[in-house]
Design a protein around this ligand. Structure first.
Ligand SMILES: Cc1ncc(COP(=O)(O)O)c(C=O)c1O
Length: 483
């Protein structure tokens, strides 16, 4: 193990107004950038540095986490934080990424440091969360789209209906009332460019810099990225097989982010008692709850679980939905169900950011739903995915059980495999991608240490032949990684 680098030169000045963790963060960052702390150096544990500097442990944790987020430190459970390999000054001058980092705003730097997973077009196996495209009724879809484009009605031609095309808002409200047990009227619907745009809009109007967001850990990195970019501090709301640990965070959160019907990425469902407690806590703090219901349509055991929004009259719940999983992600259509109090704010944010969704696509989707194609497609896909899930679980067990434990959760179109050994799942995912298998490392869904290593794997997009072939390739990658 690397010897721990002494940090004798750090001085925390309590007489100035700058936050203690900002002081610590910027001194460490300078030491790393000047290479006084060389790459590979191990820093003292949070406990040790807390004692040396006589500051609170949260101060050290916050500074270390920010440095890890920005790529200066590598944090791993059970090991001291390690200084990452930065480009040498000579290459840094030529390195456009380094130039970007120096040029852009603090908010831009936060965005730059966020993890993401895009994969490559055409790599269907085992793209997490990707639905099947071979069975999408493209002929019907293109007819509806063409019809709406050809009619070129005035109200589809200009920047009207910023909140959403009214017939689509009506169709969504009807669908949610019937299938998700929700209390919602068309006036509460806001159409967005997918769920990610909804998170961004909500972050803009609900979060001030320094606010706490109680965010699932592990949790959807896309939502976390939107909140961090708005200046939030994330407090971990830990989730495991027993559900959501509702031990309150040190500071009452402004906002709480949950995926109660199908936790992302673990796939567990929030028990009713925890649902009621969570709503009660949010009410008592006057916090907002963002309920991301991205994958609830697919449930392979028992009945669909009603949305939080439907079991409570609380006006603190904002519901987010997406068409990415039922139709396809590139359609970029999602929606919000908003309480009255924030509707105007959201509509202004849509205007200011120009994020309102294309009207012709919205109109075609309204037709697709109203003519029954949506329900029919969903019904067919539920059957198809149930069969693919079964096949995936069997073959995964056969091929990968020496390296991976597959969690057999009942909802959603992706499953988590936990690595038996503490291997770097990012390296494994990259090696798999090179072999044409698109899996996502589980560790990117964690932001507060205590990382589990594993792979997030989708089973919906690939047929049996492609699944079997990809499973063989993934087996080779795992075998090699453990050799
Ligand atoms: C947890 C979660 N929420 C929402 C989304 C959907 O995002 P979008 O509608 O922006 O494609 C995803 C996509 O993968 C997701 O995993």
């Amino acid at each position: 193990m690397a010897t721990v680098f002494p940090l004798g030169g750090i001085v925390i000045d309590r007489s100035i107004a700058t936050n203690l963790h900002r002081q610590l963060y910027s001194q460490l960052r300078t030491l790393i950038e000047r290479r006084i702390l060389p790459s590979g150096a191990a820093l003292p544990s949070t406990r040790l540095l807390t004692k040396d500097l006589a500051v609170g442990r949260n101060t050290v944790i916050a500074a270390y986490e920010q440095l890890a987020l920005e790529g200066y430190l590598l944090m791993r459970r059970g090991s001291p934080p390690l200084v990452m390999d930065l480009p040498t000054p000579a290459t840094a001058a030529k390195n456009t990424r380094a130039e970007t980092v120096n040029t852009i705003s603090a908010r831009g730097k936060i965005m730059l440091a966020q993890p993401y997973h895009h994969g490559k077009p055409g790599l269907l196996a085992f793209h997490p969360g990707l639905p099947d495209s071979d069975n999408f009724p493209f002929t019907t879809w293109s007819k509806l789209l063409g019809k709406r484009a050809k009619l070129a009605r005035h109200d589809l031609f200009g920047t009207y209906h910023v909140r959403g095309y009214p017939p689509l808002c009506e169709a969504i409200a009807r669908y949610l009332t019937a299938s998700r047990g929700m209390n919602c009227k068309p006036e509460q619907i806001v159409v967005t460019n997918g769920a990610q745009s909804a998170f961004d809009l909500l972050a803009r109007i609900l979060i001030d810099p320094g606010d706490t967001v109680w965010m699932e850990e592990p949790g959807y990195y896309g939502a976390g990225a939107a909140f961090l970019s708005a200046g939030a501090n994330l407090a971990p709301l830990r989730v495991n097989d027993s559900g959501w640990n509702l031990e309150p965070p040190p500071v009452a959160p402004r906002l709480i982010f949950v995926t109660p019907s199908c936790h992302h990425p673990l796939g567990v469902t929030m028990p009713m008692e925890q649902r009621l407690n969570l709503i009660h806590m949010a009410e008592s703090w006057n916090s907002w709850i963002i309920e991301d219901d991205y994958d609830s349509e697919y449930r392979f055991q028992g009945q669909p679980i009603p949305a939080l929004q439907g079991i409570s009259t609380s006006s603190r719940i904002v519901y987010v939905g997406t068409f990415a999983k039922i139709l396809f992600p590139a359609m970029r259509l999602g929606f919000l169900v908003v309480p009255e109090a924030i509707r105007e704010g959201i509509v202004s944010a849509l205007s200011v950011t120009g994020q309102f969704a294309p009207l012709v696509t919205q109109a075609a989707l309204a037709d697709f739903i109203n003519e029954g194609h949506f329900t029919r497609h969903l019904r067919r896909m539920r059957r198809l995915y149930a069969a693919r899930r079964q096949y995936f679980m069997e073959i995964c067990e056969d091929y990968l059980s020496p390296w991976l434990h597959l969690r057999r959760t009942e909802s959603g179109i992706q499953l988590v495999g936990l690595l038996h050994e503490d291997r770097n799942d990012r390296i494994i995912a990259r090696a798999a991608l090179e072999q044409g298998v698109n899996v996502s490392p589980l560790s990117i869904q964690y932001r507060h240490g205590q990382v589990e290593r594993g792979l997030l794997m989708g089973f919906a997009a690939a047929d049996e032949r492609a699944t079997q072939k990809a499973m063989g390739k993934l087996r080779d990658v795992l075998r090699e990684a453990s050799a």
